[in-house]
Design a binder for this molecule. Structure first.
Ligand code: B1M
Length: 636
């Protein structure tokens, strides 16, 4: 049986002869080519040649964004209008539009002039980003800045034309032949609202737009429906068998209520129509899926790709297989940190594989892959080892064994926090309620009226606002509240503090301190960092946001300039975690280490790592960050 036949059988829910194994190699390959560190026997090979030489299936899912055929393929990234060799269609703007492009030093500014107004975007892609193997552009200026922009963007999409352009796809399909199954890119967003979230506004601001401009956001999403319908038609009429439909689902970002209302209906629609045409819908589910388990299973998608289980997320592989494999095909299952010697020992790696092979028995609807991709510093021999194990022990059906639970069950009962409930304070009830509801307009009015009644500003702050904010923080931590609630509550707090400030006299706010915070060099993830900042601000800390991709000297300079009590470092990539240590070393060299506390956080970071690099503390989430920051201030 060929790799292609094996993968297609797994997708159809049939039993291939053995487990398909298709590791994603691009990130690892690009970094190692740059560094001249490819394994000796593969020195002059492409990544496809390496996979073929090792006997693995080709991973042909994510477009090679940086190998675009012409500049226009990527030019409109900030609008999410993309076309690659992996696409089966091209696009054309309305002839009554004028698109003005200005480029300089890796920065591209575009102004879209339409008959109903103009909007602009700026994207960044520097030589340094390319060298680091970054495949996504950074959107520096988003298209939606205020309510007037919605109509213009709607015009662009209502008048956008798609046309068949599948020559490159067909050539690519032929090159892959029997060694894999090429997925065609429909889009990285799974629905119009998801498209707005992913491209049109900053990741954190999205939740404010979604709340404050609810009517405009809904209207824009509706006006983009035709664009999505056309995509379904184009991919449906193509010779692609599998369609890449949306990426980066995560129960924080695409939180359950949002996922159910604004994403699932379009996955279902695409899957229904494409299913009738004999095609399969695959979604890139590389985030934390704990809160989305049932919604994803019942969404209609055929393949959940880039499944990243514990220890990188909270869902163990056995849980994924048990809950999903009757309805959809799992692609992934081997978390990328398993390939890193500094994270996982050889014994732990072998134990994970043994465990995996037992809990995914009988092996139906499973395609093994590295999720989300093989990291630059992967131990190549571990990939080889997975390939060997698949050859020797991957014959289907797999035999279920008495499996040894390696990882904790999902949310252990004992660890569930006891939730603090709001203790209503009659006098401050309305203000408390405003914080809980995130009502930034009402809270200002209610504070004014309490002040007019003679209630002390300190009392309003403590009994009204901070107590309610703590409840929200705890609800967030326990999974009862999601990002939007926290952001809206924190914003209401910030607005209220402005009204209260002149009346507080000598009283400082709860945090009594300044926190400087940034995402380290090489890392573009900012959603978690922004959430941490908002929560710190919400309880009264003064914060300075240094942004993303911050080099060590910039952190040091900012510490000298702002003299913060705490320096916060965020990292989401295993490859950028060492930057945290570099910053701490830099502080030491400049004699600044004793003057500032260092707090670190981000999905791959943990307590031990924080201790090892000499940080003062680690916070697992926004609520933890608030608790830790308060503690660090007290230690000063
Ligand atoms: Co990326 N990505 N990504 N990504 N991405 C991860 C992180 C990944 C785990 C996915 C996976 O493998 N399943 C993986 C990293 C693997 C690893 O190294 N361990 C990964 C990868 C590989 C990549 C690229 C390399 C992909 C590629 O190009 N081939 C690329 C890297 C770009 C770069 O940074 N150089 C990339 C790009 C992207 C997008 C641009 C598409 C997008 C980021 C959008 C943005 O941030 N504006 C993205 C996303 C969305 C994710 C996932 C799916 C979600 C991250 C997120 O925002 N979560 C993520 C999967 C995952 O994490 N499991 C993934 C929600 C957020 C609220 O949580 O950020 O964890 P989090 O923040 C929490 C806590 O960690 C903590 O509090 C926050 C709130 O509770 N916290 C702190 C965070 N910072 C803190 C600081 C503190 C204290 C607490 O004190 C200072």
């Amino acid at each position: 049986m060929t790799h292609r036949e094996r993968i297609l059988k797994a997708i159809r829910g049939e039993m291939p002869d053995r487990l398909p194994f298709a590791p994603r190699l691009d990130l690892w390959y690009n970094a190692n080519v740059q560094a001249g560190t490819l394994p000796e026997r593969h020195k002059s090979r492409t990544f496809d040649q390496i996979a073929r030489a090792e006997g693995w299936a080709l991973h042909k899912i994510n477009p090679e964004y940086q190998k675009s055929r012409k500049a226009e393929d990527n030019l409109h990234w900030a609008l999410g209008i993309l076309s690659y060799k992996e696409s089966v269609f091209g696009f054309r703007f309305s002839p009554d539009m004028d698109v003005e492009v200005k480029e300089s030093g890796g920065r591209t500014k575009i102004i879209y002039h339409t008959p109903v107004g103009s909007v602009s975007t700026t994207t960044v892609y520097t030589e340094e980003m390319r060298k680091a193997g970054v495949s996504n552009f950074w959107v520096e200026e988003h298209v939606l800045k205020g309510p007037k922009d919605y109509r213009v963007v709607a015009y662009i999409f209502e008048n956008l034309k798609l046309f068949r352009d599948d020559r490159d796809f067909l050539k690519w399909k032929e090159e892959i032949g029997e060694d894999g199954v090429p997925f065609t890119l429909a889009g990285r967003a799974a629905s119009p609202m998801h498209h707005i979230q992913k491209y049109f506004v900053d990741a954190t601001d999205f939740y404010f737009h979604y709340h404050d401009y609810a009517k405009e956001t809904q209207a824009l999403a509706e006006s983009m429906g035709g664009f999505f319908d056309e995509i379904i038609q184009q991919v449906g009429d193509s010779q692609a068998e599998v369609v890449y439909w949306g990426a980066n689902f995560d129960d924080m970002i695409t939180y359950p209520a949002f996922f159910e209302k604004d994403i699932v209906p379009w996955i279902r629609k695409a899957a229904d129509i494409l299913d009738r045409k004999g095609k399969y819908v695959s979604c890139h589910c590389d985030g934390e899926n704990l809160g989305l388990m049932d919604l994803i299973r019942d969404s209609g998608m055929h393949i959940a790709e880039a499944i990243t289980p514990a220890p990188m997320t909270k869902v163990p592989i056995e849980e994924y297989y048990r809950r999903w494999s009757d309805k959809l095909t799992l692609f992934g299952g081997i978390p990328s940190i398993l390939l890193l010697r500094e994270s996982i020992s050889d014994e732990e790696f072998e134990a994970y594989l043994d465990h995996l092979f037992k809990v995914i028995a009988p092996g139906r609807r499973m395609i093994l892959g590295i999720a989300d991709s093989t990291p630059p510093k992967a131990v190549f021999e571990r990939l080889v080892r997975i390939g060997e194990k698949v050859e020797k022990e991957g014959r289907l059906p797999l035999e279920a064994g008495g499996f040894r639970p390696l990882i904790q069950p999902v949310v252990p009962e004992a660890a569930k926090p006891v939730l603090r409930e709001i203790v209503w304070d009659e006098e401050c009830r309305q203000v408390q309620n405003d914080v809980l509801e995130g009502d930034q307009a009402a809270i200002q009015e209610h504070i004014q009226s309490l002040l007019a009644k003679g209630v002390k500003a300190e009392e309003i702050l403590k009994r009204g606002m901070l107590s309610a904010m703590e409840v929200i923080s705890e609800r967030f931590k326990s999974g009862e509240a999601f990002i939007p609630e926290v952001l809206l509550s924190a914003r209401a707090m910030n607005e209220a503090v402005k009204v209260l400030q002149p009346h507080l006299g000598g009283t400082q706010l709860a945090g009594k301190g300044k926190v400087l915070i940034g995402t380290v060099k090489g890392d573009l993830h900012d959603i978690g960092k922004n959430l941490v900042i908002t929560m710190l601000k919400g309880v009264g800390f003064e914060t300075v946001d240094l942004g993303i991709d911050v080099p060590t000297p910039a952190f040091i300079k900012a510490v000298e300039e702002h003299k913060p009590h705490i320096l916060g470092l965020s990292a989401l990539l295993t490859t950028t975690m060492p930057q945290m240590q570099a910053v701490i070393e830099g502080l030491k060299q400049k004699g600044l280490r004793d003057r500032v506390k260092v707090m670190v956080g981000g999905a791959p970071v943990n307590e031990k790592f924080a201790r090892d690099i000499g940080a003062d503390g680690y916070a697992a989430d926004g609520a933890d960050a608030v608790t830790l920051a308060k503690k660090l201030i007290q230690q000063e």
